[in-house]
Design a protein around this ligand. Structure first.
Ligand code: CP3
Length: 348
């Protein structure tokens, strides 16, 4: 007898599930004392480049919580080192020589995963060998526009002024860079799937900074290019857009199965815009994990109710879990989501 489809993958495909699956963005990270302990011995870069350690921290949250998916421990910027980018983490990504000219864009090497990121592929294999049955591994990459924000801006920022000005000053160069990044991320995600990743997610964390025409011209262009190249693999594709609820009606042409959203729009409204053919992922405010247990339960039930009980909901936070979060709050959230969705009462 073949094993049943893991609940997370069934939900990605909008198949019926016994309960709503849950995982959380940044589930392997600094809110966990066991992560901080590993990090006290090695730098973030070394952690991402050492498969045994990266696999260990990927698995840490699965030992504590009944999560329904694992996400590869790495960073959206990690593959760019392999393309020749001078990258460090402080702790956010910092680019030694920001990419702002056609010469710098053309100097980027095409990504060759076996040569440039073998440690990522080894991490995927190690996690697949050790993860509990029924807990699939999500591989991921940055959205081309989000990667551009860091490459052009040089470091994290609130508004990414330099990168957004670049789109208007040098739109052709921006498109050139986005196409290179989109092709590299298609190759990168494809290699993760070959190594065993069972779903692929694109993080377009800063796409919501753009006006709709620029979102379409720059962010959507790159995302479509990457995801179209992966479509035929049959692995669920997840597209996460932060602060992008006003852009949801632009996503119809994007070949993704699941759309991840932040907490600024209720999931019922999100589903009405995206239509019944799409699964949704989200969208509890990460701050809600600081509520007392009763209120956290009410907040989680509200997300489940908004999702509507139809197949195709994966519970998540609307953005990454904060480092200050009490791990016990996440334990409570996982139990609440499983318990309430299995009983079905929240859908009434
Ligand atoms: O558990 C997981 O979700 C997997 C690991 C993961 C990390 N980064 C680890 C990390 C994932 C999926 C990412 C993606 C990522 N990285 C995104 C997209 C998701 C999002 O949050 O919007 C972005 C924008 C980045 C860029 C980045 N990397 C920033 C802005 C920072 C610093 C901010 C911070 O949290 O301090 C990083 C560093 C980083 N990536 C850390 C971790 C655990 C902290 C490094 C440390 O341990 O010191």
């Amino acid at each position: 007898m073949s094993a049943p489809t893991p609940v997370f993958l069934a939900a990605c495909r909008r198949e019926p599930v016994p309960y709503t699956p849950i995982w959380v963005m940044r589930q392997a990270g600094r809110y966990l004392p066991e992560y901080r302990q590993v990090r006290s011995r090695v730098s973030f870069e070394a952690l991402t480049r050492t498969p045994e350690l990266a696999a260990e921290v990927t698995l840490q949250p699965l030992r504590r919580f009944a999560l329904d998916a694992a996400i590869l421990f790495s960073d959206i910027m990690t593959p760019l080192s392999g393309m020749g980018v001078d990258l460090t983490f402080e702790p956010g990504p910092v680019i030694g020589q920001p990419i702002r000219t056609d010469a710098a864009i053309d100097a980027l090497r095409p990504l060759e995963p076996l040569r440039d990121v073998p440690f990522v592929l080894d991490t995927v294999r190690l996690v697949r060998a050790e993860a509990p049955r029924g807990v699939p591994l999500i591989g991921f990459a940055g959205g081309p526009f989000t990667l551009l924000c860091y490459l052009v801006g040089g470091r994290p920022s609130k508004e990414f002024e330099t990168a957004r000005a670049f789109l208007y000053e040098s739109p052709r160069s921006a498109e050139r860079l986005l196409d290179r990044l989109a092709d590299a991320m298609a190759v990168y995600l494809g290699a993760q799937a070959d190594a065993g990743a069972q779903a692929l997610m694109m993080f377009e964390s800063w796409g919501g900074l753009l006006a709709p025409p620029e979102f379409e011209r720059f962010a959507l262009r790159g995302a479509i290019r990457t995801l179209t190249a992966l479509r035929a693999r049959g692995v669920p594709l997840i597209y996460y857009l932060n602060q992008g609820c006003a852009l949801l009606d632009r996503l119809a042409s994007l070949p993704a199965d699941v759309f991840g959203v932040d907490w600024r729009m209720p999931l019922g409204a999100v589903r009405r815009v995206l239509g019944p053919q799409k699964a949704v992922q989200g969208n509890l405010d990460p701050a809600a994990l600081f509520a007392p247990p009763d209120e956290l339960a009410r907040q989680a039930e509200s997300v489940l109710r908004e999702a509507g009980g139809a197949p195709g909901h994966i519970f998540n936070l609307g953005h990454g879990i904060w480092p200050q979060t009490d791990p016990d709050a996440l334990a409570r959230l996982v139990d609440i989501v499983h318990d309430r969705s299995a009983r079905g009462g929240v859908h009434a």
